[in-house]
Design a protein around this ligand. Structure first.
Ligand code: C2E
Ligand code: CA
Ligand code: CA
Length: 525
């Protein structure tokens, strides 16, 4: 057993521990130093709680030491007080450093707003506190071209302006964070009608941004889309909530730039079925799900065969068929469409090589090429190699493109079209009359065939205005040295009307449905 007690020896207070004696002052100093060090260590724990406890302890030590000084009328404890004050300064410094490191770790360098870590911290806290609100996921669609065209410094300034415009609109009702290259997240409280605010915000974000770069004045516009999800209604977990907002964003992208979509369950099932279709496309080549059909095209005046449009089909082992109208749009969302384009091109030129060569009259075999496919820099060489490999003449091939082919990479698309034409490949503009095809652009494009869409043909018997409209398109086509075909003609009475119009060919169930290669080959003379 260790004996602890107090004694006064030679006028000094001593603490007896066992047989040894330690001056009381020196023991108090040791305890004090130990406490101060503990406080400094504690102030490193988390940037708010640690320093607070430390301040309390050091404050208490300074007060008790000062009391000893006053009561004992001695200056001996003064170094302890000074030590305490120095400890306060150290704790304040550590707190400051920790706070600024923390701020840095949750701040996005380009915008000064929250980064993903910081944003998630706040979102998780809101969800944990059972608060409700909305999460907005916004993406700048043309950010890559802004970086490419104007440089990364302007790109960073664009991001800053976007975040500031957002923060300005959201005010105190939410927070803004940048959570990816050109992606932003906004957390809104439940007082705010998110859809209304975001639709106003899209307008503000679309306003012109003006920059000066090396004395050159630059005008810049952004395009973007937004997806909205609500919590806790859609999800009670930040990861799932983000997925919901992302699904909504993907849906809005399908509706074109500068649109908004609000998450609902149906979107999720559509996403899942799209994923299933994607898997089927990937397996389709090895498992032989794909096959082709060919729909004949005839001249209106004498019903002579012009050629065939190749149409891809998907049939699963259980007999289920998936329409190209379903799987082509899914493939178009990724690079999967490129392999479909190439597969059809190769398959068709191989299959028709011999019959086309031996035909007495010229037959044109057309192949649909996706908008992204025709704008690939390597597209022309793919066609060239394919023609060579399958011994198929360029004059017998036609590529069908749509006006969407000019949305992105317009220059490359036009370059490719011109090269294909130089080679002798014909070019058809599909689905004409459905979109916004500018007549000006049409005049500058040297396409060989205008394909008037079925939706216009459907109205052919519904009044003269509709027929006049088709007739004008026909005349316009002829003006630019281009033949005109009507798609989706289904009845003899439609054919009678068409005979009166300024159009050249018909493609439709009335004279021929899509058919097998064997049946198509029999029609070729
Ligand atoms: P599209 O290029 O406009 O093809 C014409 C569509 O109209 C075909 O549908 C065809 O079967 C259908 N059709 C033709 N005549 C008639 C008619 O008289 N009445 C009706 N109701 N329909 C008619 P399909 O084969 O389902 O193809 C749908 C779309 O899928 C095509 O529209 C095309 O955009 C795309 N597609 C089809 N095959 C390919 C392909 O090989 N590659 C690419 N990239 N897209 C393809
Ligand atoms: Ca087509
Ligand atoms: Ca069409």
């Amino acid at each position: 057993m260790i004996f602890i007690g107090m004694q006064n020896r030679g006028g000094a207070d001593m603490v007896q521990i066992g047989r040894g004696f330690i001056p009381l002052n020196s023991l108090q100093g040791t305890i004090q130093t130990f406490t101060f060090m503990l406080c400094i260590l504690m102030s490193c724990i988390e940037c708010y709680i640690g320093p607070r406890i430390s301040y309390f302890l050091v404050g208490f030590m300074i007060m008790s030491t000062s009391m000893r000084m006053i009561m004992g009328k001695t200056m001996a404890p003064l170094p302890g007080v000074l030590n305490g004050l120095l400890t306060v300064v150290a704790i304040a410094l550590i707190g400051h450093l920790l706070r600024s490191a923390k701020k840095k770790s949750i701040t996005d360098y380009a915008t000064g707003k929250l980064n993903t870590v910081g944003f998630l911290e706040i979102l998780n806290k809101k969800i944990k506190d059972k608060k409700s609100g909305s999460l907005v996921y916004y993406q700048v669609n043309n950010f890559r071209s802004i970086n490419d065209d104007y440089g990364h410094d302007i790109g960073d300034r664009v991001l800053r302006i976007v975040s500031e415009r957002m923060a300005g609109m959201v005010g105190k009702d939410g927070i803004v964070g940048r959570i990816g290259g050109s992606e932003f997240a906004i957390l809104l409280n439940d007082k705010i009608d998110a859809t209304e605010l975001v639709s106003r915000m899209l307008k503000v974000l679309n306003e012109k941004m003006v920059f000066d770069k090396e004395g050159i004045h630059l005008d810049c516009y952004i395009e973007g889309n937004a997806g909205i999800a609500h919590f806790p209604k859609d999800a009670k977990d930040s990861n799932i909530l983000f997925k919901c907002a992302d699904v909504a964003l993907m849906t809005s992208l399908k509706n074109g730039s500068n649109t908004i979509a609000v998450f609902d369950e149906k979107m999720l099932s559509k996403m899942n079925s799209d994923k299933e279709v994607e898997q089927l496309i990937k397996r389709a080549y090895d498992e032989k799900y794909f096959y082709l059909e060919y729909q004949p095209q005839y001249s209106v005046s004498d019903k002579r065969l012009r050629g065939f449009e190749s149409l891809i089909r998907m049939k699963l082992p259980d007999g289920r068929r998936i329409s190209p109208a379903e799987f082509i749009p899914v493939a178009e969302k990724s690079n999967l469409i490129f392999s479909i384009d190439e597969y059809v091109l190769d398959f068709v030129t191989k299959e028709f090589s011999k019959v086309v060569e031996e035909a007495k009259e010229k037959v044109t075999i057309s192949v649909n090429i996706s908008a992204n496919g025709i704008s690939r820099p390597e597209f022309v060489s793919i066609v060239e190699n394919c023609l060579k490999k399958n011994n198929f003449k360029a004059e017998n091939l036609e590529v069908e493109i749509t006006e969407y082919s000019f949305d992105d990479s317009q220059e490359q698309t036009i370059k490719n079209i011109n090269k294909l034409k130089e080679m002798g490949v014909q070019v058809a503009l599909d689905d004409f009359g459905t979109g916004y095809a500018s007549l000006g652009r049409l005049m500058n494009l040297s396409v060989d065939l205008l394909k008037i869409d079925k939706s216009l043909v459907d109205n052919i018997e519904k009044g003269e205005v509709n027929r006049d409209f088709i007739n004008s398109i026909g005349s316009l086509g002829h003006l630019i040295d281009c033949k005109v075909i009507l798609e989706g003609v289904e009845t003899d009475s439609q054919v009678e009307y068409i005979k009166e119009l300024d159009c050249d060919y018909i493609q439709g169930y009335v004279w021929g449905k899509p058919m097998s290669f064997e049946n198509a080959a029999e029609l070729i003379v």
